[in-house]
Design a protein around this ligand. Structure first.
Ligand SMILES: Nc1ncnc2c1ncn2[C@@H]1O[C@H](COP(=O)(O)OP(=O)(O)OP(=O)(O)O)[C@@H](O)[C@H]1O
Length: 455
């Protein structure tokens, strides 16, 4: 059905790279080998009944995430409990990017954590989160851990690619060419800038080819050009590979905002709007809050529903509706709208469709490199890291050499008397216990390595 919508395969890849890549010239010469999942037109998906609109390929390979009447409460000790998310319903589909937006503290990160199944222990969740119509745990990784462990972007990307059992990372470098061999750095040593670290982190995750990707504020710390290129690249990959992407985002520029397919706008844990990004403006206009000409729509939405500075606004601009009232109007309007009914219908249809289609199947496990490749790659990376760490490697080497000299002097020429047996025993005990104690010093880094291994 959708084949007619897609441009020719090779042309599609090159065009996309031409507009989105930072080193487009090189990439056009060496187009990325991608497998294109044929996507239906987005408008077509929304208007047609889901079961008819979705190609079999998406149902087989894609990940549909749905959540219904989702509540998250957190206990505040003796002062009772507080609801962070209040009855949210929504979905994320393959080949689309869902942007979660809202004022600071509205519950964006909590929603992402809930969907990813990684809520903290002091929180309580009610309502269902389903992956392809089933309840299942996600195997996720935290690229931040990997970043801290890897010395340079190139090492990080190499480890990521090899762990997945692949031999190259192609040209998916997100404009980091100049910094590929710079050390990433950490608390002690300065290395890459915050924005560069974020890009490495996104690259590493993308290289693992996840079918479902959660991005918590992927553009924070990036300038507007970098934000646009990174997001357009992510959206491009997402459409080619039929990935499902959910991103919480604070301040998208107009261009970045237009890249998102769907918008979930939250205020104080409630949904103010869920639906196509392109129709959000009409929703606000319909309720009496049109976006002024030449203003970024996302800025307008956030300003309209941000009640944190109500007092300041009241002092400066008399006669304006209090934000609490505005939020209430929008919330009630959304709840009684066709849009909300459409979202509920999609959630139900995805459930029925995936149950019919997969007949109880679950999300397939990701490919990983074999045990030997993992050992080789991680051992090599460990050696490189240790070699670069003056304290860990060179200082230890100096201590071992001095100790060996001291012991050699002390136990030189022991002879073969009965007394020398005891001296040899002491020497062996000393060396064994010293090596054991020194090895304990490396245990914390071993624990960090285990986190990577069990990603
Ligand atoms: N584990 C927790 N314990 C107590 N309160 C929590 C917990 N997690 C979140 N909250 C509260 O829930 C609210 C929403 O937090 P969350 O981090 O989801 O907001 P956010 O929209 O991501 O904010 P920001 O945009 O500033 O990152 C905040 O008021 C926060 O203090």
């Amino acid at each position: 059905m959708a084949s007619s919508i897609q441009p020719p395969r090779q042309a599609n890849v090159s065009n996309h790279i031409d507009s989105a890549s930072l080193d487009s010239k090189q990439e056009i010469e060496n187009p990325i080998e991608v497998e294109i999942v044929e996507m239906p037109n987005h408008r077509e998906i929304l208007d047609a009944p889901p079961a008819k609109a979705l190609p079999t390929r998406l149902k087989e390979d894609g990940v549909f995430l749905t959540w219904e009447d989702l509540w998250v409460t957190v206990s505040n000790g003796k002062s009772g409990s507080k609801s962070i998310l209040q009855g949210l319903t929504g979905y994320a589909r393959p080949g689309e990017v869902l942007a979660i937006m809202g004022p600071s503290g509205c519950g964006k990160s909590t929603l992402l954590d809930t969907l990813a199944g990684r809520l903290g222990s002091n929180t309580r969740q009610m309502g269902e989160v389903l992956i392809n119509g089933h309840r299942q745990a996600l195997a996720y990784g935290t690229s931040r851990i990997r970043i801290l462990l890897c010395s340079t972007p190139i090492t990080g990307l190499h480890v990521s690619v090899r762990e997945e059992g692949k031999s190259r990372y192609g040209n998916k470098r997100k404009g980091l060419q100049d910094a590929m061999n710079t050390r990433i750095g950490g608390c002690g040593a300065k290395g890459l800038s915050g924005g560069q670290k974020r890009r490495v982190s996104i690259c590493i995750e993308i290289l693992t080819h996840p079918k479902l990707l959660f991005l918590d504020e992927p553009t924070s710390g990036l300038d507007s050009a970098a934000s646009y290129y990174v997001m357009s690249r992510i959206v491009g990959l997402d459409q080619q590979d039929g990935r499902t992407i959910i991103a919480s985002i604070h301040q998208p520029s107009t261009e970045v905002f237009q890249l998102f397919h769907n918008l979930c706008l939250l205020s104080s844990g409630r949904t103010i709007y869920f639906g196509p990004t392109s129709e959000a403006n009409a929703f606000f206009t319909l309720n009496g809050f049109p976006c002024p000409a030449l203003q970024n729509p996302s800025d307008h939405f956030l300003r309209t529903i941000n009640k944190d500075f109500d007092e300041d606004i009241e002092c400066g601009l008399g006669g304006k509706k209090p934000t609490e009232e505005v939020i209430d109007i929008l919330f009630k309007s959304y709840k009684s709208s066709d849009k909300y009914q459409q979202v509920r219908r999609w959630v139900d249809d995805i459930y029925l469709m995936m149950h019919d289609f997969q007949d109880g199947g679950t999300l397939e496990k990701r490919n990983h490199a074999g045990f030997c490749t993992q050992c080789l790659v991680l051992t090599r990376r460990s050696f490189v890291n240790m070699f670069r760490d003056v304290g860990y490697y060179w200082l230890r080497l100096a201590i071992y050499v001095s100790l060996a000299l001291a012991l050699a002097t002390e136990f030189y020429n022991l002879g073969f008397s009965y007394g020398s047996i005891q001296a040899r025993g002491s020497l062996l005990m000393f060396v064994a216990s010293y090596l054991t104690f020194m090895a304990i010093g490396g245990f914390p880094s071993f624990v960090e390595d285990m986190k990577v291994k069990h990603k």
